[in-house]
Design a protein. Structure first.
Length: 548
């Protein structure tokens, strides 16, 4: 069975939904959007605090086991989670809408991403935004993605912001200003108490178009070729093998982990490694799956004193009241993301721009057998306070590789955390900064015992060891199909895969270096910018391949 389309998009995540909307706006173009997961019909997807259940549910999330131990003799226990279903990770994430710093995008351009500097990406962000604070020279309004700031405020949250001011940070109404350093309430892509995923913002307005077909439950096994020309994809839908044919292009938007997997399964990657698995190479691209960069986070949970915080809103009578409030008013603790307060900070005075992102709130996650909080699991039944920090520009590089020609085989994901002296120094500096933050006069009266790793963990060596063992991946991985103009770059500046014709990658994997913040907003902006490029190439009759 075979069906023919102009564009086949693999993955209905943050970038894929934007592409589906943009490309199908031309009624003469037939677009197919394939998604391995299901529709976004669960009420938990649209309730912001529903994410705690979603990330644990294999119907809504991919779970990737990491086999690399954090340190010698330590059993692997790390699990990476990514969204599965319409909206991708934007349907299960924390909804924090952060662009990053202008320097991030200028770095992309310096690495060969011509046309991807801040001047162009700023236009994309402004175009997609519908910000509750209104439009100005740095912010958009009237776009598809609604952004709200500080919809759930409480005394400890205000104390946390005041503590940031005492640390020398400027309080900001909008944490997406070009000068990112500061503290304030996080912007969220939430509208009237409901999650604004990429599916809601971009796919819903396009669903009724007759030239757009959306297929859920579609597991794509590989890209199909005739010589070096892409002809379509091989997929399984409800157990049935279907070859979908593309007379134009195939666009992989499966994410930083699965897009390189599909390239490798299709014969694009390191030829020697592919042959060892019995896969005939089609194009040599040795950096497919390599040079991965991620954020790494560390949590300091405290016992909260002199205030109830918000843990009680999620148990017993408090939960019943929260649910009633949510369904009657779309407000309250269930109508917002996990963290309300955020800050972008320089962990040491000599750092030229913010190198860490802080997340803060008057709650604590329940702890596992290792005494460390389990993110997005249940919250404790006693008052707690959490400050969680992520390192934004780690230098260590990891990789993603297939282990078999079987598309159902597990991926080998090797993060290579904290391999460089720079990263190790930054980890210790961030923990010390966070502790200093929690000693500021505005928040100190609320701060009780440090629960993990505890006050006894004080030397640089002890802090680094705790960081190695207990830190958390940021779910912000990039660069496994990186963009650039060097001969090892996987895609060119128009996101065309080098060495073949008719194939592009459009998702966070093309980012050649990390952004300074959460990746959902940048992924949507990448989709918006890529849509413009693809439409421009079609209009101009430009080659659809990266055969150079």
């Amino acid at each position: 069975m075979s069906e023919v389309y102009d564009y086949i998009i693999v993955g209905a995540g943050s970038a894929g939904c934007v592409l589906a909307n943009g490309l199908s706006a031309d009624p003469s173009v037939r677009v197919l959007l394939l998604e391995a997961g299901g529709p976004d019909t669960s009420p938990l997807i649209h309730m912001p605090k529903g994410l705690g259940k979603l990330v644990l549910d294999p119907r809504h999330a991919w779970h990737f086991a990491i086999q690399q131990p954090r340190e010698e003799g330590m059993a692997p226990s790390e699990m990476w989670v990514r969204g599965r279903g319409l909206g991708g990770s934007s349907s299960i994430n924390g909804m924090i809408y952060i662009r990053g710093q202008p320097e991030d995008y200028d770095d992309w351009e310096a690495r060969g991403g011509t046309g991807w500097g801040w001047a162009e990406m700023k236009k994309a962000f402004i175009a997609i935004e519908d910000h509750a604070l209104g439009a100005d020279e740095q912010r958009g309004a009237g776009g598809p993605v609604h952004v709200t700031t500080g919809t759930f405020r409480y005394p400890v949250a205000e104390a946390l912001i005041k503590a940031g001011e005492q640390m020398g940070l400027t309080r900001k109404e909008d944490l997406n200003r070009e000068d990112q350093e500061g503290v304030g309430y996080y912007p969220h892509n939430i509208k009237r108490g409901k999650r604004q995923s990429a599916a809601v913002a971009f796919l819903n307005p396009a669903r009724s178009r007759p030239n757009l077909r959306i297929v859920t439950g579609a597991l794509v096994d590989r890209v199909l070729f005739e010589g070096k020309r892409v002809t379509g994809v091989a997929a399984r839908v409800n157990g049935q093998r279907i070859d979908y044919r593309a007379q134009g292009e195939v666009i992989l938007s499966a994410g930083t982990l699965l897009s390189p997997k599909l390239l490798q399964l299709s014969g694009i990657g390191d030829p020697e490694g592919l042959r060892a698995l019995g896969i005939a190479p089609i194009a040599e691209s040795p950096d497919v799956g390599r040079r991965m960069r991620e954020h790494l986070g560390f949590s300091l949970p405290y016992r909260l004193v002199k205030d109830r915080g918000i843990n009680h809103h999620f148990h017993g009578l408090g939960l019943a009241v929260s649910v009633l409030r949510y369904y009657t008013t779309r407000t309250g603790p269930l109508a917002t993301g996990p963290f309300e307060v955020g800050a972008f900070v320089r962990t040491e005075p000599q750092v030229d721009r913010p190198d860490a992102q802080l997340y803060m709130g008057a709650f604590t996650f329940a702890r596992g057998d290792d005494n460390f909080p389990v993110p997005l699991a249940d919250v404790e039944r006693v008052p707690g306070l959490t400050i969680y920090g992520q390192l934004l520009r780690l230098t260590s590089e990891g990789d993603v590789a297939i282990t078999s020609p079987d598309p159902d085989a597990a991926l080998a994901i090797t993060p290579n955390w904290l391999q460089t002296a720079e990263d190790q120094h930054a980890a210790v500096a961030m923990v010390r900064y966070m502790r200093t933050y929690m000693r500021q006069p505005a928040i100190a009266p609320y701060v009780g015992e440090e629960l993990v790793p505890g006050a006894q963990c004080e030397s640089d060596a002890d802090i680094l060891r705790a960081f190695r063992r207990l830190s958390l991946c940021g779910t912000h991985a990039v660069a496994t199909c990186r963009m650039g103009n060097d001969n090892r770059a996987v895609v060119d500046e128009r996101l065309r895969v080098r060495g073949v014709d008719g194939l592009r990658v459009v998702d966070c994997s093309i980012m050649p270096s990390p952004v300074s913040g959460n990746t959902n907003a940048p992924a949507m902006a990448v989709g918006w910018r890529a849509s413009d490029l693809i439409i421009e190439d079609r209009r101009n009759g430009a080659p659809s391949g990266g055969m150079q």
